[in-house]
Each structure stands twice: as C-alpha cells, then as structure tokens.
Design a binder for this molecule. Sequence first.
Ligand SMILES: Cc1cc2nc3c(=O)[nH]c(=O)nc-3n(C[C@H](O)[C@H](O)[C@H](O)COP(=O)(O)OP(=O)(O)OC[C@H]3O[C@@H](n4cnc5c(N)ncnc54)[C@H](O)[C@@H]3O)c2cc1C
Ligand SMILES: NC(=O)c1ccc[n+]([C@@H]2O[C@H](COP(=O)([O-])OP(=O)(O)OC[C@H]3O[C@@H](n4cnc5c(N)ncnc54)[C@H](O)[C@@H]3O)[C@@H](O)[C@H]2O)c1
Length: 507
Amino acid sequence: MAMAATLARRRAAALLSPSSKQLHSGAKYSWILSRGFATGSDENDVVIIGGGPGGYVAAIKAAQLGLKTTCIEKRGTLGGTCLNVGCIPSKALLHSSHMYHEAKSSFAHHGIKVSSVEVDVPAMLAQKDKAVGNLTKGIEGLFKKNKVNYVKGYGKFLSPSEVSVDTIDGGNTTVKGKHIIVATGSDVKSLPGITIDEERIVSSTGALSLKEVPKRLIVIGAGYIGLEMGSVWGRLGSEVIVVEFAADIVPSMDGEVRKQFQRSLEKQKMKFMLKTKVVSVDTTGSGVKLTLEPSAGGEQTTLEADVVLVSAGRTPFTAGLQLEKIGVETDKIGRILVNERFATNVPGVYAIGDVIPGPMLAHKAEEDGVACVEYIAGKEGHVDYDLVPGVVYTHPEVASVGKTEEQVKTLGVEYRVGKFPLLANSRAKAIDDAEGLVKIIAEKESDKILGVHIMAPNAGELIHEAALALAYGASSEDIARTCHAHPTMSEALKEAAMATFDKPIHI
Ligand SMILES: Cc1cc2nc3c(=O)[nH]c(=O)nc-3n(C[C@H](O)[C@H](O)[C@H](O)COP(=O)(O)OP(=O)(O)OC[C@H]3O[C@@H](n4cnc5c(N)ncnc54)[C@H](O)[C@@H]3O)c2cc1C
Ligand SMILES: NC(=O)c1ccc[n+]([C@@H]2O[C@H](COP(=O)([O-])OP(=O)(O)OC[C@H]3O[C@@H](n4cnc5c(N)ncnc54)[C@H](O)[C@@H]3O)[C@@H](O)[C@H]2O)c1
C-alpha cells in the first residue's frame, strides 16, 4: 500500500517534470483553440503532411478524437522511413541474418546437426519486403477504419491553411485545414565529395537491398545504422570495417556499456577505425577506393571495398514544402522550431517527429503525434524526451533509458551504481546467451533511478520495465522488492536494482 501511494505521488511529480512537453497556458497559444473545428465543409480540422510514424499516428489519433483529418503522403505507401526503409526492414534482416549465424555457429553446440547452411539473399529480401508490404497495407486499413482521408502526393504550403498536392497520378489538388501538421521526417545525410549511387556507395536504403553479400563492406559512422546494417552483412559473410570520426562508437551511449558492446562486436569480427575520417572516395575502378585520415589530421591511408555504407546521421526533410513562403522558422540544420505544444511560429502550423529537434526515433515521433493532436483538440498532451528509450538491435541488443553515468557526473549529482552481469542470470546461462549486463544509476540520497542501461539478447524488451520505473519516479528498491518471474532475464534487472541500494543475491 505504502509503495502504491509513493508511486502515485511520484507519478504526479514525474508528469509535472520540467522536461515534459506539458500544457502551458498563456496568450501565446490562444490561436490554437480560437481557430475552432470544421463543421460539414470541405475544410479539415487537421491536415498532416507525411505518413510516417509521426504523421500516420497523429492522423489516426486526430480522427479518434472526432477531428476531420486528411493525411498527405508522397511515397505511395504509408509508414514513412520507419516502415518502408528503416526500422521494419532492418529488423527483418537482422532477424534473418541472426538465424543464419545461429544455424552456422551455435546449433551444433545445442546438439542440432545441420549438414549445410546457405544464404539465399533474394529469399531473405523477399521475406523482408513481404513484412513491409503487409504492415504498410495494414496502416491503410487503419486509415479506412478511422475515416482518415488519405491523399497520395507531394504537399507544399500555399498558405498556413492550404496545401497544394501534386498527386502521384499526375494531378493536383488543394487541401484545406484549420490546423496543419508537418511530419515530413528526415533523409540521409550525405558527406562532402561522396555521391550515393545506392549500388556501390549506399545509404541505409541501398544496404537493405544489396543483391549479394559484399566481400568487404566499409561503414562510415558507428551509430545505430552502421552497427545494425554492419551486423546484418557481417553475419552473412562480409568483412566489415567501421570508420568512425569520434573516439567512440555510439557516442551517446553509457561509456562502460559501450566498452563491453564494442568488445562484443569485435568478437563478431567487426573492425573499428575510430578517430578517423573519410577524405575521398574513388569509384573509377571495379571496387571503391577510400582515402582516410585521422580526424585531427595527419597521414593519409587507403582502403578498398566492394560496398561503402554512408551512415553518418540523418537530416530533417523539408524540401519543396515552401516553408519559407509562409515564414516557418527553422534552426541552422533545418529542423523546424516548435514550442511545448509542437506549434511553430506560424499560427495553425505544427511540426512533429524527425523534422523537429529531439531523438530521431519512430516511437518518439509517434508520441509527438499523439500529444500534438491532443493539444489541438484542447486536451492535455504529454511527451518526456528524457524518457525516450533507445535500442541498438544488434546481438546482444543494447538498450537504455534516462541518463548515462557521464551525464549524471556532469550534473554533479551524487549517485550510486548497481550492476549485474548476464553471466550470473540463470535463463541467460540456460540458453547459452549470457553476454551483457544491466547497469542502474540512482540518486544517492533518494535512491530515485536516473538511468538504466542494458546489454542483453532481448534488451529492447527488458528496457520498458525500467522506462516505466523512471516515468513513475521509482527507486531501485521499488524494482528490487517487486517479484520477478524465474527464470527470466528480467531477474537481472531486479538483481542490478538490489545491487544499487543493497546487495544482489546471485553474485
Ligand atoms: C535504416 C533505419 C533504421 C531505423 N530503425 C529504427 C528503429 O529500429 N527504431 C526507431 O525508433 N527508429 C528507427 N529509425 C528511425 C525512424 O525511421 C525515424 O525516426 C522515423 O521514421 C521518423 O518518423 P517521422 O514520421 O518523423 O518521419 P518519416 O518516417 O521519415 O516519415 C515522413 C514521411 O513524410 C513523407 N513526406 C516528406 N515530405 C513530404 C511532402 N512534402 N508531401 C508529402 N509527403 C512527404 C515522406 O515520404 C515520409 O514517408 C530507423 C531509420 C533508418 C533509416
Ligand atoms: N535502432 C534504432 O532505434 C535506430 C536504427 C537506425 C537508425 N536510427 C535513427 O536514425 C538516425 C540516423 O542513424 P545513423 O546511424 O546514420 O546516425 P547516428 O547519429 O546514430 O550515427 C552517426 C555516426 O556517424 C559518425 N560520423 C558523423 N560524421 C562522420 C564522418 N564524416 N566520418 C565518420 N563518422 C562520422 C558520428 O560520430 C556517429 O557516431 C539516428 O539518429 C537514429 O536515431 C535508429
């Protein structure tokens, strides 16, 4: 009872935390409600440009809230980058390549003999495409079910309440809306002097559809895409070399976890060239020749590859939208600037997802979308950017929520750390997949959890117990005293929590 009461109090506190994109009353936003809603005319209450995770979720939520809604999408299928050329196809290939790798290297150990294991790249790509096709059609079904009007074409602003659409069948139409949400997402960031041809020099899109396994793949950038797509092709047989400008892989990750992660990837034969930049790329020969140099300058070296993956970040996509025509403000790198309610400086125009500042993640875009239309409908919205989980879907996966130890140190907060290795977790041992750890960082005095970092085969699933704990302002003792089923990898989180405020049992 006492804990329930504490949790309720903490939840109330968490929901009011300054990092929450909470409702703030004030004259600045009065136009949001004064525009009112459409009644029976052709005008929409809400028009959304872009049908990715931000846009399509906002559209469904707006319709559920009783608002007349139209979503405009140029690519001909819904789901955006994530569903078409991002999260979903990459996870399909990560799973297929993991199964191949397991069959080749782990089955025998588990007493399963297979006489020969071969990769069939076209079949693997076909299974990925089937998953994507089913899911994109599923969203069209959800649009119909919720009565969202769907216009296939390229949208551009004529005024803050009118969007001209060049439809994909060659026509043109104008869509009017009282509230217009820009959800146009992001695009690959190209590097100076490197032209992506999607065959030998590929972005993530090309890397999701390579027709055969390259002998040598050079990856530029040791971030999410580089490590995930590097893992896919490495498991299928490519020699993978990752060139990273910074001193570390995934620079945003907790340092201690990152070190273990890098060791794990190196065991999988991924090679890293850190503090290194690509100076030029030559495609005149049969392969690709790269000239590299230390990030700080110095002696140049060369490397040859069959395929080069450019995965050095993504950039907001607003090309052709005519934002300048209506005066929407962007920052130096082209992100649309919004306030706590996702409103731009132009009354009636909002922006969400990858096109605004914040983590470029599908689930964050979805949260933005829901909160934005809740505000438009005159309700409360809530997104806490400090509690957006991040997951790298390699094997093991690495997931985190909240602050890293480095961030907590910078803040000058006194803290305690509790850790538990997967090697001491019975389920991980039983399935012989015990590489990784759980690390919890809690405020010393209150024991309130500040950050959780997990490297484990299923870290992307395990992290949500931690996300919920942080959202409710839980202490490590709260997790440690919650009964966890045995044998599960979730017990590693419980033991790490015990290690944070007291002592673990199984180590
Ligand atoms: C390879 C890869 C893997 C990824 N994996 C993950 C993952 O596992 N988990 C995760 O959380 N995130 C992942 N991401 C990131 C994720 O895809 C994005 O954060 C997410 O898609 C952003 O959603 P969004 O709705 O803001 O934009 P987008 O998904 O980019 O959607 C924007 C849509 O708007 C359309 N559009 C743009 N301009 C116009 C216009 N003028 N008119 C009409 N339509 C327009 C575009 O065609 C696009 O479909 C991955 C990204 C990549 C590239
Ligand atoms: N699992 C996931 O959630 C997932 C998967 C894929 C992509 N994404 C999202 O997509 C976005 C883009 O992914 P990404 O991997 O391209 O970007 P990223 O920001 O994750 O990583 C880019 C990396 O490239 C490095 N880099 C930048 N310029 C360089 C240069 N000239 N030479 C060498 N290295 C350089 C950076 O230091 C960084 O480590 C990310 O923001 C991520 O949020 C998420």
